[in-house]
Design a protein around this ligand. Structure first.
Ligand code: NAP
Length: 348
């Protein structure tokens, strides 16, 4: 039976958090979203269907001790999405690792105090699985990213440390609640807020001439609406446990460009020259040194390698089916045009 307690969603203002709030409201839940500013800054949340009757917003910062006590109190489920998602930050410890790790600990402490919490659903990331594809390996929930550091892929490092912190906390403190982690790949899709998410921005970059050519790069992608659903299913399904890799399809940059070309977006500044062969990969590795530090490192670690994930656990245990990538991509682009992040497509 559906619980009458509110569900706490940290980072409700975020790309994923807002979709989780929408999914919960749609399913009839009462929701407590945590945000950093006063409620009037979030009309895209307050105007959601059901929000007037069932959404409350609480202010909380990940670096403030006890910040989530009030929001978590009386909740049976807490969904912790808040964490900085940025590449190329100035101070990786301060800008990424501290809020991710201290924030996770703060939220866990609030769940302890709340006394009623049954489960914490943590938005981890594929970044906590690995920061580098291995062409002959299929990654599963058993894999942990052991390579990242403050100097190598600091965002991936922050997500790995934060998820580790959560599992260690559960082991050490044996709380009355359990932990389920969702590990999404690159999340794209329509945004509820006017802000441009880092992953959607990558799609915009591909369409705006930022990618000089087609490189041998591929990524796992998943639609934000499916990620939101995965969190709610992990909450509703009593037998859900452990980690869940959450990825719909692994897609090569060449295929992204081909889909965009054949879907009415051929007049954007898409990469034209295909340099995804061995010589091109060598050239890209050299050129990566001209990029901002973390972008350059990302290219060197990823170019020329293919990523493979086993997503059978989430499909079987949470009975989720994912939207096809092509559909998500087209909707993402149309949504970015609507928000003004991309100019409208030109007529042929
Ligand atoms: P996002 O749109 O940037 O949202 C991040 C959220 O975290 C925002 O609500 C932000 O609040 C909040 N936040 C950041 N620093 C905070 C702080 N110090 N105190 C309180 N709140 C803070 O990013 P997203 O894509 O939705 O990411 C949500 C989660 O999904 C993150 O944990 C991210 O690592 C994970 N994830 C994302 C992807 C992806 O491709 N998007 C993939 C895998 C995992 P403000 O609105 O106030 O800044």
């Amino acid at each position: 039976m559906k619980s009458n307690s509110p569900v706490c969603v940290t980072g409700a203002s975020g790309f994923i958090g807002a979709h989780i709030v929408r999914e919960l409201l749609e399913r009839g839940y009462r929701v407590r979203g945590t945000v950093r500013k006063s409620p009037e800054h979030y009309p895209f949340l307050l105007d959601l269907p059901g929000a007037k009757e069932r959404l409350e917003l609480y202010r909380a910062d990940l670096l403030q001790a006890g910040a989530y006590d009030k929001a978590a109190s009386g909740c049976e489920y807490v969904i912790h999405t808040a964490s900085p998602y940025q590449i190329n930050v100035k101070n990786p410890q301060q800008d990424l690792v501290d809020p991710a790790v201290i924030g996770t600990e703060t939220v866990l402490e609030s769940c302890m105090k709340a006394n009623k919490v049954k489960r914490l659903i943590l938005t981890s990331s594929i970044a906590a699985i690995t920061d580098q594809p291995e062409s002959h390996k299929i990654f599963t929930e058993k894999d942990w990213n052991i390579m990242s550091s403050l100097d190598r892929q600091p965002y991936q490092y922050s997500k790995t440390l934060a998820e580790r912190e959560a599992w260690d906390f559960i082991m050490a403190r044996r709380p009355r609640f359990d932990l389920v982690a969702i590990n999404p790949a690159m999340v794209i899709g329509p945004s509820l807020s006017p802000l441009l998410n880092t992953t959607n921005q990558m799609i915009r970059d591909i369409m705006s001439g930022v990618y000089p050519c087609i490189m041998d790069l591929n990524w796992g992608f998943v639609d934000v609406r499916d990620v939101a659903k995965a969190h709610v299913l992990a909450m509703e399904n009593d037998s859900a446990s452990g980690r869940y890799l959450c990825s719909a399809e692994t897609i090569h940059l060449r295929r992204i460009v081909a889909i965009l070309k054949s879907s009415g977006f051929q007049r954007y500044a898409l990469p034209k020259i295909d340099l995804s062969g061995i010589a091109g990969t060598l050239l890209m590795k050299l050129l990566s040194f001209t990029q901002p530090k973390d972008t350059g490192k990302y290219i060197r670690l990823n170019v020329g390698r293919s990523m493979h994930y086993d997503t059978s656990k989430i499909k079987q245990e949470l009975s989720i089916s994912f939207r096809p990538f092509k559909e998500s991509l087209i909707e993402t682009v149309r949504d970015m045009v609507t928000w003004g992040h991309l100019p409208p497509p030109k007529e042929n």
